[in-house]
Write a protein that binds this ligand. Structure first.
Ligand code: BGC
Length: 607
């Protein structure tokens, strides 16, 4: 066949164009180029926005707050939060569907800005029953293993995305100063260095490349000094010098910023007599300007009306957790502030710019919806295996007289105490519900189940520690704290009756077995070191197990010697309860003159 010349020429140019396109394939964009594109998009979007739309972007509400059927669109809401309270649905698919519906509403608005969906996933996606629940951060601090912390965060991100979220309010990077604080367990360690390292790992694990559909935006919280208040009071006064704050408390925030953390939550506490929510010097001058944080500063619960309204916005808070009826106060109040010139348009633009920038960085404009294929990964075996590894590595062996541990599998074992057979009790607060519970929950294994699984001898369960004629060769006695969260866990708070010591009943469990001459291994389930000096003396072996989460059976693997103990104390271990009553703000283990029972970093092993 003959080709006509023009046709041939056409074919030639097509071919050369194709070859050219192949050879001149553009190099991937550098991160600076990507950022420049994002900033351009943010500016052009911002230029189109009305004041109402801007204030809307700064608003976060609960998915069940009564803002009306079309409230998300009508009030231009920027973010939805899920924490305690009515769940979005029964199955993960229903959760996704609920959030897809809200997202579609946001996308139907004039500018189609997608919503951020935030969740308090602080040790796994702990608001969803059936998710993998990791040890609380204090246990991860004991592992001292940044790779493991990163993996745990990656899994939390996947399971959070699988239930419809693209933002988690984690990690808490407090440096707890006083074990009386009810949130000690939410933080990794009293050591700034350990916290720096694990913060970096956690942020990297959660965020990955950020725009992936299985990663989420992380939140470093609660800025700053939340764990270092006088008497360990949640939301109390942090009476440190600025020098100490810089030395001990700010470095983990710098580590988070360097790892690219997308948001920072301000604390309920005060510093220099000013609530952190209204502390412009710390929030704007230090965090944003000096430390270079360019993400979103989010308020804590109802932060707007609780801490001086527009003072909060002026201090540099960008998004308001305007829940439980706070939305109207915020939206009206800030509008009035603009009108009266007590809030500047520049401040509003800075806040909105930060929110939009994160939404672009997360790839939400392109991919606003969750991925239903992730649902199959919730609570999967491979996820649970990582959580079980975390449980094993978090265990700290404080005493092992005559090498009573590891226990031979053929022995007759008495397992004692209600904490031994309750996944709720072993998981602490922020598990399924805000305050946690004593109930078992789906997918979890208990400590007793783990012992039963591995034992080749007889296992006798004595729930209340009352067996006076035990036939056991050895007793594993599991004692500890009841679940609590936030100020409900403060020791000394008027609304609760908590102590830093074991209850009388739990002390009796131990006495009952030691008085029969039975060798005893005590496993302590607690969100903080407790004053258990006498019980450590009474028992033959003593293990600090913190709050291990859903994989309680991991504990048996170490008690039976399948794995060694590798955990090290993330806190100095106190000797006397009175140590916490004398000082102005409790002992400061960095420079105090009190001697702990065990120092930071202590932990025995089988070798
Ligand atoms: C807590 C935060 C939490 C927020 C949302 C507050 O009471 O202090 O840590 O992220 O509630 O549930």
């Amino acid at each position: 066949m003959k080709f006509k010349l023009p046709k041939l020429l056409g074919l030639f140019s097509l071919l050369s164009g194709f070859l050219l396109a192949l050879t001149c394939k553009r190099a991937p964009l550098t991160s600076a180029e990507k950022e420049a594109i994002i900033n351009k998009k943010v500016d052009s979007l911002l230029a189109k926005m009305t004041l109402d739309e801007k204030i809307g972007q700064m608003s976060q509400v609960r998915h069940f707050d009564s803002i009306g059927e079309n409230g998300v669109a009508e009030k231009f809401i920027g973010s939805i939060i899920h924490t305690d309270g009515p769940i979005p649905g029964e199955t993960a698919l229903e959760w996704q569907e609920k959030f897809i519906k809200l997202q579609k509403q946001a996308l139907s608005t004039r500018l189609g800005i997608p919503l951020l969906f935030a969740v308090d996933a602080v040790h796994g996606q702990n608001t969803f029953e059936g998710a993998t629940i990791f040890p609380h951060n204090i246990g991860l601090g004991a592992t001292g293993n940044p790779d493991l912390v990163k993996k745990a965060a990656e899994i939390t991100a996947i399971e959070s995305q699988a239930t419809g979220f693209n933002w988690v309010f984690s990690p808490c990077i407090a440096i707890p100063y006083n074990e009386k604080w009810g949130r000690v367990y939410e933080a990794f360690s009293e050591s700034t260095e350990t916290t720096n390292e694990l913060t970096k790992a956690s942020v990297q694990g959660h965020q990955g490349n950020l725009s992936d559909k299985s990663t989420v935006m992380a939140t470093a919280k609660h800025f700053v000094g939340d764990g270092s208040t006088d008497f360990g009071v949640e939301g109390g006064t942090t009476s440190l010098t600025m020098e100490k704050v810089r030395e001990q408390l700010l470095p983990p925030y710098q580590a988070a910023i360097d790892a690219g953390v997308g948001s920072v939550m301000v604390g309920f506490n005060s510093f220099e007599g000013i609530p952190l929510h209204a502390h412009k010097k710390l929030v704007t001058d230090v965090l944003k300007n000096e430390m270079g944080f360019d993400g979103i500063v989010v308020s804590d619960w109802m932060g707007y009306s609780k801490y001086g309204r527009n003072k909060v916005v002026n201090a540099g808070v960008d998004m308001l957790m305007a829940v439980d009826g706070d939305l109207e106060k915020f939206q009206k109040g800030v509008k009035l502030g603009i009108k009266k010139d007590t809030v500047s348009m520049d401040r509003i633009d800075d806040a909105v710019r930060r929110i939009l920038r994160q939404k672009f960085r997360l790839g939400l404009f392109k991919n606003p919806f969750p991925d239903s294929t992730l649902i199959a990964k919730i609570g999967s075996q491979s996820h649970r295996d990582v959580a079980r590894q975390a449980v094993r590595e978090s265990l700290v062996l404080l005493k092992n007289k005559n090498n009573i541990l590891p226990i031979a599998k053929h022995k007759t074992i008495a397992v004692v105490g209600e904490h031994a057979n309750s996944s709720g009790l072993q998981s602490g607060g922020w598990t399924i519900s805000w305050q946690g519970s004593a109930k078992n929950y789906e997918g979890a294994t208990t400590i007793l189940e783990g012992i039963q699984k591995l034992s080749t001898g007889k296992v006798i369960y004595d729930e209340k520690g009352t067996d006076k004629k035990s036939k056991a060769d050895v007793a594993i006695i599991v004692v500890g704290e009841q679940p609590y969260a936030e100020f409900f866990g403060d020791i000394g708070h008027s609304s609760n009756n908590l102590k830093l010591t074991l209850t009388k009943e739990h002390q009796q469990y131990i006495k009952n077995y030691t008085s029969q001459g039975i060798p005893t291994v005590v496993v302590l389930i607690s969100g903080r070191p407790l004053v258990v000096t006498r019980q450590i003396n009474q028992s033959d072996a003593f293990v600090a197990a913190w709050l291990p989460g859903s994989e309680g059976d991991g504990i048996a693997e170490v008690l039976f010697g399948e794995y060694d103990f590798t955990g090290k104390l993330p806190h100095s271990w106190p000797k006397f309860a009175k140590d916490y009553q004398t000082n102005k703000f409790g002992p400061n283990f960095w420079d105090d003159n009190l001697t702990p029972l065990f120092p930071l970093g202590f932990g025995l092993s089988y070798k």
